[in-house]
Design a protein around this ligand. Structure first.
Ligand code: ADP
Ligand code: MG
Ligand code: ZN
Length: 607
């Protein structure tokens, strides 16, 4: 079955209005249909492939937006073998990865298509005979670096242009031209000159990045004109999206999951650092899984070997940084796991998108820890490199990280609705078919009025600020719920008038409430450097605090109480002990629990 059925939603960008009878009466239609079967051995087009092909054959600029695996290659490979287009000659394909090009060239050769891979291995003689001869290849693949840096490449392009032998330029993975995405490539920038130097050659841009800002950026940088946009739905119906808390036992729970649901199947685990990748891969191997790490610190040979072994199913699990990604086209990846927070929802979508390209069910699991957001934010503000990022970069990346945070924290809305909304696509949640954690949760979703706790929290923090004292979110929570722990005692927080004002509420609920206030900009977290050199996150009133207090705005929290438990109420075991001051008579002996047993896991070294 075709895993990409027709989109059920209106595409976000209006496709060119080409009614199907207009398609059929197009002078290019017959040849296109015939090449589909005779050359490519396919029976029918996926949504918008035919439209994109007809438009490029008629000489228009075309922008194709399709999710990974959607079938973008055909949109330029098929017109390349048609004789009848308005512009004739060579289709020049710019693609970022040599491995990707080699795969494509190989499969095109099997179809007896005349194709030329213009990389550094191509000799001068070869280039001359292939591109200056009379029988020119239908398709020429080239990297952006080669195109930019090689004088002979430019000379030959000039020649082809003069001879009217350039049918079109194809920019695959076009998002690499945009600094909005994470795959930005310096040499892609240069592609903007193609339109200026060869104004008569139509351009086709293709990408799986769906954000409108990125699309607009690409259009501008490539100097596209009167461009026809075609976009499929970005929904990936076979992917199951799940966000799960990262507890101390995350590794065990992950191994359980893999061995019960995906034994001996292919998967990817994304981690933030190189050390982490190696550590997790080792732990998996120690536990009998077949895993290897993959990161930018490895030699090319090691990377190639690891990739080969994974492709050939000699290794099942790759534990990787996001260096492992673009161009990975293994079809039967059954799970993608995020151990650390993705940097943006784009990134998350791309990374999870590597699962289930064969259309069969696959799992995308994100292990979420609030503290990972703070780690990520610190990395954005203070990256390791020597060049301090510009204010604009920091703001943009922080906004992207916050979008990921909000996504993880939202326990009510369908993941697909959230994710596709980010790509400006309206998605009908009933189409999810319970294939995400929020649609498929066994416990009912309740709303809980946390207005009083929220107002208390704002008061509490305002008091701290007035006294010029610093306080963390965790401390606020513990003060509100009247916790008895070392920090509370040492800092005399149990004397605070708000101490215990939310006693009986769970830590979880109070955390959720405080984060919600951060989300709403009522509170902000600020990273402040300690005398020790370490940075710590403290909470302060945010720009919306005054409004929140003045207007006594209600604050509703979603929660999923376990059956039989009142929502948001702590169980007996969870209720913090009586205020310490009330028990201070007992000869200073604190038999109370030092560390709260339900203290959420907030330690970044899980094992
Ligand atoms: P993308 O570049 O969008 O990630 P590809 O062009 O690599 O996707 O195509 C993904 C897979 O879909 C390939 O195996 C390709 O052969 C297949 N495919 C593309 N178009 C069609 C079609 N019209 N019918 C059947 N299979 C198709
Ligand atoms: Mg592709
Ligand atoms: Zn859903």
């Amino acid at each position: 079955a075709d895993p990409y059925p027709s989109p059920t939603v209106t595409p976000p960008l209006v496709p060119s209005e080409v009614p199907s009878n207009a398609l059929q009466s197009s002078p290019y239609y017959r040849e296109v249909i015939s090449k589909l079967t005779t050359v490519f051995g396919l029976r029918k087009f996926r949504p918008y492939q035919l439209e994109a092909i007809i438009e490029t054959l008629s000489g228009r600029d075309v922008f194709v937006l399709m999710p990974t695996g959607g079938g973008k290659s055909l949109c330029y490979q098929l017109p390349a073998v048609c004789q009848g287009g308005k512009t004739k000659g060579v289709t020049l394909v710019v693609s970022p990865l040599l491995a990707l090009m080699k795969d494509q060239v190989h499969s095109l050769m099997l179809k007896k298509i005349d194709v030329f891979l213009w990389n550094s291995e191509a000799t001068y003689d070869e280039v001359t005979t292939r591109l200056r001869g009379t029988r020119k290849p239908s398709l020429v693949y080239i990297t952006p670096e080669k195109l930019k840096e090689s004088n002979s490449a430019q000379r030959i392009l000039d020649e082809l242009y003069r001879d009217n032998s350039l049918a079109r330029f194809v920019i695959d993975e076009a998002h690499c031209i945009s600094t909005w995405g994470q795959d930005f490539r310096e040499a892609y920038r240069h592609l903007g000159t193609l339109r200026l130097k060869y104004p008569n050659v139509p351009i086709m841009a293709l990408t799986a990045t769906a954000r409108k800002v990125t699309v607009a950026d690409i259009t501008e940088r490539l100097n596209l004109r009167d461009c026809a946009f075609f976009t499929q739905s970005f929904n990936r119906p076979n992917l199951r999206y799940v966000i799960t808390p990262k507890t101390r036992k995350w590794m065990e729970s992950m191994m359980d999951f893999i061995s019960s649901k995906h034994p001996n199947e292919s998967g990817v685990i994304y981690c933030l650092g190189r050390d982490k990748c190696e550590e997790v891969a080792k732990k998996l191997n120690d536990n009998g899984f077949s895993a290897k790490h993959f990161h930018a610190g490895m030699s090319q040979a090691d990377k190639d070997q690891t990739l080969d072994e994974w492709r050939n199913d000699e290794v099942h699990i790759i534990v990787a940084t996001i260096a492992f990604g673009m161009g990975i086209d293994k079809a039967d990846v059954r799970f993608v796991i995020h151990y650390s927070l993705p940097k943006s929802l784009d990134g998350y979508y791309q990374e999870t998108g590597r699962a289930g390209r064969d259309g069969k069910p696959a799992d995308c699991i994100l292990y979420f820890l609030y503290k990972d957001f703070l780690t990520l934010r610190n990395m954005i503000e203070r990256p390791d490199g020597n060049v301090p990022p510009s204010k604009e970069t920091i703001e943009r990346q922080t906004a992207a990280a916050r979008a990921v945070l909000n996504y993880c924290l939202d326990i009510s809305e369908c993941r697909r609705v959230q994710l596709l909304h980010y790509f400006d696509e309206k998605f009908d949640k009933s189409q999810c078919a319970r294939n995400c954690d929020n649609c498929d949760h066994p416990d009912p979703l309740l709303t809980l009025d946390s207005t009083k706790e929220a107002q208390d929290a704002v008061d509490l923090i305002e008091n701290f600020q007035r006294r010029s004292e610093l306080v963390t979110l965790t401390q606020c929570r513990d003060i509100l719920r009247g916790a008895n722990n070392a920090v509370i005692r040492n800092k005399n927080h149990d004397k605070d008038p708000h101490f215990g004002s939310a006693r009986g509420r769970t830590s979880e609920l109070l955390d959720q409430m405080l984060r919600k206030l951060c989300q709403l900009d009522v509170l902000v977290e600020q990273s402040i450097q300690q005398a020790s050199g370490f940075h710590n996150e403290y909470v302060k009133l945010g720009p919306k605090a005054g409004d929140f207090k003045r207007n006594k705005k209600p604050l509703l929290i979603y929660c999923r109480p376990k059956p039989g438990k009142p929502p948001g109420k702590a169980s007996k075991k969870q209720i913090a002990p009586k205020p310490i001051s009330a028990r201070r008579g007992t000869k200073g002996k604190h038999k109370a629990i030092e560390v709260d047993p339900i203290e959420p896991y907030e330690d970044d070294s899980p094992y």
